[in-house]
Design a protein around this ligand. Structure first.
Ligand code: 13P
Length: 288
């Protein structure tokens, strides 16, 4: 089916307490693995492309491939700009046919974040595209760095969250509650009380970035409180690297074996995504 927009998959998730996985891609192998896992689990899926990954994938080619994969898929697919950093990037995404946008103004001061997000929302809504934004700052590097940690001083402020949602009219809010991009330094400790407060005062779908490395039980708890979208990347890049390392040990990586090795990488990414979808769907996701 053609790409669908973010709200069409997030609204049922928000009402029925499950989350949709938003998986970042940097190439078509990852894309195929994610789509195959989502079809197997009969779950809608969000395909993310993060602005930090633009230098590593040709956007015109990737977005064409994603649209084609969505058309062939038996499940709804959203094409989402992850951590768009400027007005120009968001315009580019709209022109390329993205059906969802995240604007990340988390490095700006509060008033500037509100001002820029408001402008982005106005433009995107005029084009029929929902907007996610971030308040506070999720730790780590969006492209999946090593040893990410979050700064409690930058956690989402509940009072600001009410004002931010009201002023900007965003469709979904990414929260900073101890979550961090990339590989966690130690065990992540999510501030569930804060999450609950934010959920109660905002009443819109909340987004958890840094999904890799959070124990399944904590993910389930966060979903029960009000997380409706979970971003996930490092768990896939990690298994890809581990598979390659394993293959080097076994075969010494002979160059005639590249197709088989890449196939193994793809299969292992698919298994990781299948597991995450099982956790995210909380036994409730609509089955297609
Ligand atoms: P992880 O790489 O930690 O899974 O986070 C991905 C993410 O939040 C992308 O926005």
């Amino acid at each position: 089916m053609p790409l669908v927009n973010l709200n069409s998959v997030l609204e049922p998730a928000f009402k029925n307490q499950y989350a949709i996985g938003a998986f970042n891609v940097i190439n078509s192998d990852m894309l195929q693995a994610i789509i195959a896992a989502s079809e197997k689990k009969k779950s809608p899926v969000i395909i993310n492309i993060a602005e930090v990954h633009f230098p590593f994938c040709d956007l015109e080619i990737m977005t064409t491939a994603i649209k084609k994969a969505a058309e062939k898929a038996a499940i709804p697919v959203v094409l989402h700009l992850d951590h768009g950093l400027s007005f120009d990037t968001v315009v580019r995404a709209i022109n390329l046919g993205f059906t969802s946008v995240m604007f990340d103004g988390s490095t700006l001061d509060y008033d500037e974040n509100v001002k820029q997000t408001k402008e982005i929302v106005k433009m995107c809504h005029a084009a029929g595209i929902p907007v996610e934004a971030e308040l506070g700052a999720v730790g780590g590097e969006e492209g999946g760095g090593l040893f990410g940690s979050s700064n409690p001083a930058l956690y989402t402020n509940t009072n600001q969250a009410v004002d931010y949602v009201k002023q900007t009219n965003v469709d979904a809010l990414a929260v900073a509650i101890g979550n961090s991009h990339g590989k966690y330094k130690g065990e992540p400790k999510l501030d569930f009380d804060r999450l609950e407060e934010i959920k109660n005062v905002t009443n819109i779908p909340l987004v958890l970035h840094g999904g890799s490395g959070i124990p399944d039980s904590d993910i389930r708890k966060a979903i029960a409180i009000g997380i409706s979208k979970i971003n996930f990347y490092t768990g896939m890049s990690g298994v890809a690297i581990e598979t390659l390392k394993e293959e080097v040990k076994i075969t010494g990586l002979n160059y005639n074996e590249l197709p088989e090795i890449l196939q193994k990488v793809k299969n292992n990414i698919q298994k990781v995504v299948e597991h995450q979808i099982d956790v995210f769907s909380n036994g409730k996701s609509v089955k297609y």
